[in-house]
Design a protein around this ligand. Structure first.
Ligand code: GLU
Length: 419
């Protein structure tokens, strides 16, 4: 998998080279933002339930903090590697910048398979990993959050471990916490909800009715499952959804309640549990006849090989980096309207920002306050990106990069080089 990580990083760097053509940029600063600022790799032992000790490898990669503290999730996955972390950290920087929240970008992760670990093993892994990276995180330095296969419980362990070593409770060191521990209302659903908010903006812009629109979603985690439910609420039809093992399809729309019950019960999607559903592979799902396609799982799934067969009118990137630059060109030629990841899935980090602000100020905002602020930020950002898209006649991704990378470069220029 090391090779896949290298490809993902190459893709992230290529996107910066592509946007550089549109920006007045110093070559040296460009080199700097194509690399990460600081990288921590840790190898650490964890006591397993059978009494053995296993050594895990983890990372906290800090890409840029020119606009504010580093920010980004922590991922537990067998494919986690250094290059993948570097790319994901870079995308966090552009994401914070495109929605204009005062954060930089970072990412962390541990190479492991949490599905094969007990709760106790996961807790010990999380606590030891937190201790290992505690030299580079902190509420005004670098603030982790959930990502693939991590959740509010993992964030609670991170907060607790960090706090124990500080000698007092530090809620602002991590976001995506349980509500009982300083988590924000609306954080858990923020990414999936943001995907739907930006999709609605895209449909409005393109004059596509959302009522009855056919949506195919790859991924049934925090982003995919919640987006599916919001899509249903706004009148769209979710015709397909998948998890890492495969998916379900019904051209007339899936019974989402049955889908979610099945996922909860068996941790997989079984056609026998959902009336009228037939199985679909993750590859087939991306090529289904649909109006809106939402990759909401992992990177690099839409490539030059399958992009010619994508039939959706709108591609909304719930995942980070699902589309390669070669696929981007093909989609642009086909006239597919792309809502790029750094805009489409920014809802999560936006509400993370709200959570952090509430923690630092010891405030508790209402659900309505969080929802209104999230909607305003995403809608405004979408409009700003579309304005560049129209003015410069570039793709939506390039427009988002012009805005996001442009803001980061401006921050570097204003700050200057010191010492
Ligand atoms: N992991 C999420 C992302 O990729 C959220 C990061 C955060 O809230 O800091 O955007």
């Amino acid at each position: 998998m090391a090779q896949k990580g290298a490809q993902i990083l190459e893709m992230a760097r290529k996107q910066v080279d592509l946007v550089a053509r549109y920006l007045d940029v110093d070559q040296g600063i460009l080199e700097r933002i194509k690399s990460t600022k600081r990288e921590l790799t840790v190898h650490f032992p964890v006591k397993m339930d059978d009494g053995s000790v296993r050594v895990f490898t983890g990372y906290r990669i800090q890409h840029d903090d020119s606009r504010g503290p580093f920010k980004g999730g922590i991922r537990y996955h067998p494919d986690v590697d250094l290059d993948e972390m570097r790319a994901l950290a870079m995308w966090m920087t552009w994401k914070s910048a495109v929605v204009n929240i005062p954060f930089g970008g970072a990412k962390g992760g541990v190479k492991c398979n949490p599905k094969e670990m007990s709760l106790g093993e996961l807790e010990r892994l999380t606590r030891r990993f937190t201790w290992e990276i505690s030299i580079v995180i902190g509420p005004d330095v670098d603030i982790p959050a959930p990502d693939v296969y991590t959740n509010p419980q993992v964030m609670a362990w991170i907060m607790d471990t960090y706090s124990v070593f500080q000698g007092h409770t530090v809620p602002g060191v991590v976001t995506g916490k349980p509500l009982e521990l300083g988590g924000s209302v609306g954080r858990h659903e923020a990414t999936g909800k943001g995907v739907v908010i930006t999709t609605l903006k895209a449909c409005e812009y393109l004059n596509l009715p959302i009522e009855g629109a056919r949506v195919a979603i790859q991924g049934c985690g925090n982003v995919g499952s919640i987006a599916a439910q919001y899509f249903e609420r706004v009148g769209a039809r979710v015709i397909a959804i998948s998890d890492s093992k495969g998916g379900l399809y019904n051209p007339n729309g899936l019974d989402l309640r049955a889908v979610m019950n099945c996922k909860r019960r068996y941790d997989r999607l079984l056609e026998d549990e959902v009336p009228g559903a037939e199985p679909v592979t993750n590859e087939e799902l991306l090529e289904l006849e649909c109006d809106i396609l939402v990759p909401a799982a992992i990177e690099g799934v839409i490539t030059k090989e399958n992009a010619p067969r994508v039939k959706a009118k709108v591609l909304v990137e719930g995942a980070n980096g699902p589309t390669t630059p070669e696929a981007d060109e093909i989609l642009a030629d086909k006239g597919v309207f792309v809502v790029p990841d750094i805009l489409a899935n920014a809802g999560g980090v936006v509400v993370s920002y709200f959570e952090w602000v509430q923690n630092l100020q010891e405030l508790l905002w209402s659900e309505e306050e969080v929802a209104t602020r999230l909607e305003n930020i995403l809608k405004r950002s979408f409009d700003e990106v579309v304005a560049i898209y129209e003015e410069k006649k570039v793709t939506m991704r390039m427009a988002a990069y012009i805005l996001g990378v442009g803001r980061v470069l401006k921050a570097h220029m204003l700050r200057g080089i010191y010492p």
